[in-house]
Design a protein around this ligand. Structure first.
Ligand code: TYM
Length: 339
């Protein structure tokens, strides 16, 4: 397939905390599955990671870790443009131009802003946390991405991006931006916390048994899954009942990683003796999924120089697309041309 026939996609992950199986199931797995069909741009969004309290001595290492994990999960760095957001000044520049076209009220009603702001200490919520969705819109719109593969929690940010792009195109009377569509997986769009299945599994949650990390040793991954919160029943069935959210979450993880239908999975577990059997099988499939990822990760990170080279080359490829878009935006907004 030629590039012009392939759909342009862009997505990104923040280098904050440790990547979880939620990030893999909700996002990276889809990126890998469809890499032959997409003209794809995947960035490590380090400028987003600094919107909340963070450790500046760990940020660079985390950024490399996430880039290496993209590749270790199966993204071919020669077929996908894998890059670091802050290596292109275009992202921050477009974000400012869009900021001046964003109604304040749109930002204030973002649920992720409200949730994250509530978790910060009083007085320490940065303006960057409020304007975060504008930077995300800039990431997407710079590349004319048609499709944005993300987990369900990013749906509101995608709607915001679409609204902002439409508003801009309308205000300046040109089709400067392509309107993107979200792509949310059918199974595993929202993996829940193992210790609290009513809350989303999150890499910024620090409690010990909350999430399986992509780099967890097999014994640790097994331990976390065997300790997952369930209920006092025995029946292993998919369910919307909040009381049964723990079992439902384990079944969703199993479904996402095996690709089997709900019916087949329920039939498979019909003779199980209890939730322990389900947990054991979920642990095995998770461990088997992570094993090759971890092996490849170790190989890749044994030569950081090569990884850095790759990121540099890919940033150049990204810039070749981002720069003309930014130029078109500057022109549409009437800024004096740089000589
Ligand atoms: P972030 O870093 O929180 O998460 C990265 C991706 O993982 C998905 N995800 C999940 N999916 C299923 N279940 C979960 N428990 C779960 N937790 C996370 C997220 O939906 C996301 O797809 N704002 C974005 C990063 C971003 C971005 C972008 C994404 C910045 N610019 C441009 C797409 C396009 C974020 O914080 O993702």
């Amino acid at each position: 397939m030629t590039d012009s026939k392939r759909k342009r996609v862009l997505s990104g992950i923040q280098p904050s905390g440790n990547l979880t199986i939620g990030n893999y199931i909700g996002a990276i797995r889809q990126w890998v599955q469809y890499q032959d069909q997409f003209d794809a741009y995947y960035c490590v969004v380090d400028l987003h990671a600094i919107t909340v309290d963070y450790d500046q001595t760990a940020l660079a290492a985390k950024t490399r870790e996430v880039a290496a994990l993209y590749i270790a999960c199966g993204l071919d760095p020669h077929r996908n443009v894998i890059f670091v957001q802050s290596h292109l000044t275009e992202h921050a520049e477009l974000a400012w131009l869009l900021t001046c076209n964003t109604p304040l009220g749109w930002l204030q009603r973002m649920t992720q802003f409200k949730d994250k702001a509530a978790k910060q200490e009083e007085g320490s919520v940065s303006a960057g946390l409020l304007t975060y969705p504008i930077l995300m819109a800039a990431d997407i719109l710079l590349y004319h991405a048609e499709v944005v593969p993300v987990g369900e929690d990013q749906k509101q940010h995608l709607e915001f991006t679409r609204d902002l792009a439409q508003r801009f195109n309308h205000r300046f009377g040109q089709e400067v931006f392509t309107i993107p569509e979200p792509m949310i997986p059918l199974a595993g769009a929202r993996v829940m916390g193992l210790d609290n299945p009513t809350a989303k599994m999150s890499k910024s949650e620090t409690s010990q048994y909350h999430a399986v990390y992509l780099l967890d040793e097999p014994d640790m991954a097994r331990k976390k899954i065997m300790r997952a919160v369930t209920d006092s029943g025995r029946e292993i069935r998919f369910s919307d009942d909040p009381e049964r959210a723990g079992v439902n979450n384990l079944l969703n993880i199993y479904q996402a990683l095996t690709g089997q239908s709900r019916e087949a999975i329920e039939a498979h577990f019909a003779t199980a003796r209890g939730y322990g059997d389900l947990k054991k099988e979920v642990a095995e499939i998770v461990i088997e999924t992570l094993r090759p990822i971890q092996e490849r990760y170790r190989e890749l990170t044994s030569d950081m120089g090569e990884l850095d080279n790759l990121l540099r080359q890919n940033a150049d490829k990204a810039r070749a697309v981002a720069q003309p878009t930014l130029q078109a935006v500057r022109e549409a907004m009437g800024l004096l041309k740089k000589s």
